[in-house]
Design a protein around this ligand. Structure first.
Ligand SMILES: CC(C)(COP(=O)(O)OP(=O)(O)OC[C@H]1O[C@@H](n2cnc3c(N)ncnc32)[C@H](O)[C@@H]1OP(=O)(O)O)[C@@H](O)C(=O)NCCC(=O)NCCS
Length: 147
């Protein structure tokens, strides 16, 4: 059974190893430390038989605390399409609602068809496209969902 719980400091090494092949060159080890310190309540991992198989990172806007962000989600390839992503987002959104967050947004590459399908399936709608969002010339779609 897949279980979801908050990230713990002892997960750090295993999480970095899980992340590396999925988000190569996208700074996971640095990002995890920042999110742990700033938004620890919005940092969840998924486990199967004691092994980490996925994670989700959330955040909240300080200038408008009704607005949250899904910063990153990753499920290791062997466990995709087994509802792990759905469970991770459900845990994050439940926690966000408890904090008074009303809308959540994210960005995704247009070419990432699996992620786009996933986000649309769980209720996100596309709001805009941002040119040059990431260095050096990477555009992203902005999606939003009401909680
Ligand atoms: C996107 C991701 C998190 C989805 O996680 P997941 O655990 O596989 O998703 P779920 O099993 O909960 O899928 C729920 C639904 O989303 C849709 N979906 C998920 N993966 C899909 C895929 N590869 N192709 C088409 N639809 C997909 C389906 O409708 C699916 O329901 P179904 O399996 O009954 O058809 C996962 O594919 C992943 O980690 N990808 C690599 C990292 C990544 O790109 N992250 C997003 C960066 S913006």
């Amino acid at each position: 059974m897949i279980t979801i719980r908050n990230f713990a400091d002892s997960d750090y090494m295993a999480l970095c190893e899980l992340d590396a092949p999925m988000f190569s060159g996208m700074g996971g080890p640095v990002l995890f430390r920042h999110i742990q310190e700033l938004f620890g309540d919005l940092f969840f991992v998924a486990e199967f038989e004691g092994k980490l198989i996925g994670y989700i990172l959330g955040g909240v806007h300080l200038e408008d605390t009704t607005k949250g962000k899904l910063i990153r989600i990753g499920v290791c390839p062997g466990f995709q399409r087994k509802e792990c992503g759905t469970k991770l987002t459900a845990a994050l959104f439940e926690r966000m609602k408890g904090l008074g967050i009303e809308t959540v947004h994210l960005t995704v590459a247009e070419a990432n068809v699996p992620a786009l399908s996933f986000y649309k399936k769980i209720g996100f709608v596309q709001k805009e496209e941002r040119e040059n969002y990431f260095y050096p010339d990477i555009s992203r779609l902005v999606l939003e969902k009401k909680l």
